[in-house]
Design a protein around this ligand. Structure first.
Ligand code: CO8
Length: 256
């Protein structure tokens, strides 16, 4: 039983909805534990092919919970490795999508960036305003935002705390697509369902290959990609996908 999130499934899509409306979905440790546990359970579930994380119309998440952090000492956060638990979300092997409407600030922006694809409603606002509280991003924001939008914009956002709207976020490369707010969930579910309809092992390999681009030299990454490409030939789904093309029919993937 979860208290801070709603967990649902739509066919092969696992849906996690942040649900602390009174606090604009601020991320407490409990939220972290519940989101990570739900995502890991979907990751283990052979009936799930993609995981979608979303919030409310007003806020995806307005950051780490400031009221929970306020009384913590240096030793409290250091010894408990405060927020390190979020790293487990980046280790989920199935494709993850963040569908963002409203505020995605601080830890909220970082949670969205932990996902593989970021879809935004035209109401979305992104920012790393930690500096206004006398802290800096702590769930990877300074690293992932910089890789997504480049140094100049990441520096400006982290140093001034200003928000960027959905259009700017798309231009800057943070967001894959902006959709009208009333279409966000449907579009995100459709995207997730499309991914979940592909061969699961192949989708996982595609995710691994793209992620490798952030962790290796170009030559290493290309070799990694080629070896995974070769590995797809060991799957039944590669045989089925190519046969279906040649036979001019839709493929029927068995995720094997
Ligand atoms: N934490 C806790 N409560 C919050 C948060 C938050 N991040 N954001 C909003 N709330 C609460 C408000 O306190 C308010 O509660 P109450 O009704 O009890 O007063 C309720 O949500 C509604 O918020 P507002 O009344 O402020 O709503 P507005 O529409 O006026 O404003 C804003 C919306 C602009 C989003 C505003 O709420 C705001 O600025 N929020 C804080 C944004 C922020 O600074 N986020 C960054 C947090 S720090 C962070 O994420 C660091 C991560 C790394 C930490 C690593 C540690 C090791």
């Amino acid at each position: 039983m979860t208290e801070t999130i709603i967990v649902d499934r739509k066919d092969r899509v696992g849906l996690i909805t942040l649900n602390r409306p009174k606090a604009l979905n601020a991320l407490t440790l409990q939220v972290m534990h519940e989101v990570v546990a739900a995502a890991q359970e979907f990751d283990r579930d052979p009936g799930i092919g993609a995981i979608l994380i979303t919030g409310s119309a007003k806020a995806f998440a307005a950051g780490a919970d400031i009221k929970e952090m306020q009384p913590q000492s240096y030793l409290d956060v250091y010894l408990s490795d405060w927020f390190a638990g979020w790293d487990a979300l980046a280790r989920v092997r199935k494709p993850t999508i963040a569908a963002v409407a409203g505020y995605a600030l601080g830890g909220g922006c970082e949670l969205a960036m932990l996902c593989d694809i970021l879809l935004a409603a035209d109401t979305a606002k992104f920012g790393q305003p930690e500096i206004k509280l006398g802290v800096i991003p702590g769930i990877g924001g300074s690293q992932r935002l910089t890789r997504a939008v480049g140094k100049a914009k990441a520096m400006e956002l982290c140093l001034t705390g200003r928000m960027m709207d959905a259009e700017e976020a798309e231009r800057a490369g943070l967001v894959s697509r902006v959709v009208p707010a009333d279409r966000l969930l449907d579009d995100a579910l459709e995207t997730a369902a499309t991914i979940a309809s592909m061969s699961l092992p192949t989708a996982m390999m595609a995710k691994e290959a793209v992620n490798r681009a952030f962790e290796s030299s170009l030559a290493e990454g290309i070799l990694f990609e080629r070896r995974l490409f070769h590995a797809t030939f060991a799957t039944a789904d590669q045989k089925e996908g190519m046969a279906a093309f040649v036979e001019k029919r839709a493929p029927h993937f068995t995720h094997r």
